[in-house]
Structure formats: C-alpha cells, structure tokens
Write a protein that binds this ligand. Sequence first.
Ligand code: ADP
Length: 395
Amino acid sequence: MKILTVNAGSSSLKFTLFEMPEEKAIASGLFEKIGLNGSSYTIKYNGEKITKEYDLKDHSVAVKKLMDELIALGIINSLDEIEGVGHRILHGAQEFSEPTVLNMDVVQAISKYNELGPLHNPANLMGATSFIEALPNVTNVGVFDTAFHQTMGEEEFLYPVPFEWYQDYGIRKYGFHGTSHKYIWKFMSEVLGSSAKIISCHIGNGGSLCAIRGGKVVDTTMGFTPLAGIMMGSRSGDIDPSIIPFIMKKLNKSADEIITMLNKNSGLLGVSGVSSDSRDVEAGANEGNERCALAERMYAQKIANFIAMYNNLLDGADAIVFTAGVGENSITMRKMIIERIHSLGVATNDELNNVRGEFKKISTDESRIALYVVPTNEELMIATDTYNIIVGGNH
Ligand code: ADP
C-alpha cells in the first residue's frame, strides 16, 4: 500500500512516498517558494534527482504538479495506488490527541487552534485542503506534533499561574516534536521493552527533550509554544519572562518583535554572534572564538540539566537517546553533554561515541544508564499512523 506523507509550510511542501507496511521510502521531494517568484520543485527517485523551475501559484498547483510527476516519472501508474496521505500538523491542542482522519469539517475544527500555532497551522491545513480536494477518495490523516504529549499529567502540563488562564484560554504546556519522540519511543521499546523509561533528546535546529515511561509522556521541555525549554539554534529556551517588558522599553520594540528576537536571534546564534548552526559554532570554537566556545558550553549545560531533572522525574531512566541533526551527528556536542551528566553514572568513550546518523549504543557496559544514538524518522511515523488508521478501518 502506498502512503504519501506531507509537511506543508507557508511557501513549501515536503513529501515522501512510502510502501507500507514495508516502511520503504520510494520517492521524496520538496516544492519551494510556493506563491513567490522563482518557485521550483525537486523529486528524488531511484537514486536520481530532478529539479525543475515551475510557476507554483499556490499549494493546489503544487499538489496537482506532484500528482502529474508521480505518474510521468513512472513512480505510480495511477492515482488510485495512493491509499492514504498523512499530514504533519503542528498543533492539535487538547482536542486532537490522536492521528485523525481529515475532511473539510475536521480541517475547520482544527483551524480553531490556528492562534496557538500561527506560523505553521494555517499552512499545514492549506496543504491538507489541497489534498482533500485533489484526491477526494483517499484517506487523509492529520498527525499532530502535540498529540503524543497529551498523555502528560496536570502536574507537568499546568503552569503555576492563575488557573483561569488555563480554563479560559488554554494556557498550558502542549509540547512539540511529539511525532519524533513517539518514533524514538517505538524504536527503543523494541530494544528495551514496552515498560522502558527513556529520555529522548531531539536536538536539531529546534530542540526538545521528552521523559517517557511505558509509552506515556511524563514531561517535555517545550511548552505553550516551541520557544520554551533548552537553548536551541536560534531560540532562547527558558528565560525569566520579566526580561520581555524590560527589553521592550530599552529597545523601543513591541512584545511581538521581542518574541521574534527570542525565536530567531537567540540561542547559539545570539550568544556566539556567528551562527545558529552547531557546525559553524563548533568550527568557531575550534578556531579560538571565545563566544562560540561559551555558546557551546551553555547549550550542553542546559540540555544536561534537563536530562538530570528528567532522570529524577522517571526515578532513574533506562536510556538516554540522542536524535535529530545535532543529536545524531555532533560527536563533540554529545561528548560535552555526557560529561555534564557524570553524576548520573553514565559512561562512554571516544570510540563508542564516534558515530553519525546511525543507530548505535554509545555507552560502556559500566554505564548506569544506557546511551544511544537513534536517527529519527518523523515521516515514517506519520506513514505508520496513517497506515494503521487505514488497516484498522477507522476511516
Ligand atoms: P530541524 O529539523 O529542527 O530544522 P535538524 O534536525 O535537521 O533541524 O538539525 C539541523 C541542525 O543539525 C543543523 O543546524 C546543525 O546544527 C546540526 N547538524 C547537522 N549535521 C551536523 C553535523 N554533521 N555535525 C554537527 N551538527 C550537525
């Protein structure tokens, strides 16, 4: 059965076509600059890559072009072969805690929460609408970044603020990267068993940690928005909220402008003054740039602090998993983090830690908590959720 996964942004659309349940990615690609000048698309198939400039007026044109190309390239013979389309949707709030079959009424219901994810949700739903219109007989499924975290308890998801803020406006921790953390959980539960306690460290451009016990989220670092938690590439993570009105007055900027600076000009970029990309910051540190070195130490320390906190919350974790761009690939950053959780009795060495982008246990036999590198695969998780809904007959 062929399942398409889709991640639609405001001017982009990423897709992967899977053969399920074999979990085989057949083709993938990206439509870029939708609605802008210079739009184009790239499709990868059979070890080949085609890139074409094409006037992509809106998402519907991109979806139509994708369908035409899948047939023209011989990837599928007819559109009937696609039995499901899984859509990544950032925010499902409290209502959408499971992958959900989409139709126009459901899209409308999800759009109630657009103000919780104003940068992503409208675009995600635009993508979904285009597919519902283009493939009316196919099961479209929404897979929410927030859904996995809906298993959190009140002690963790509530903020200690006036209770009415939660009741009246839904102010609570939602958590993000749920699809990635769920994938890591599924993968690790096959290694360690279904009652395992793991700390999943999704460290990419954005980053979040998630404490998981027996498939349920105990806590996660992102919050009401993805700005909270650990220090990230260009996001600050947790800061004292009183800084915001103070710096608004000093810089004569609005709250929205300061939040943008906390999202886009902070984190590794803000401290180093060089880049949000950990490779650039690492190179800077190696060349003796003190602020790059400082940014790296801060980044590692904040992640280490949350790991220690989550180890306590889980009453002793069985495994700590590193994933996403930095977690999978940065040998240096993993080493710096692991050095800072020495008190937990974890142990690795340079030989074990010498891995990029593949599954590996990187702890020594003496380590009290096992350490792993696991490449995440959000697309496969979306395809799996979509497949399960279709074969389960809930559509
Ligand atoms: P996102 O999905 O949040 O955009 P990714 O998970 O793709 O991000 O992670 C991107 C980040 O991963 C890059 O900004 C870079 O810092 C880091 N990264 C990727 N490859 C490497 C590498 N080989 N060494 C160190 N860092 C890497």
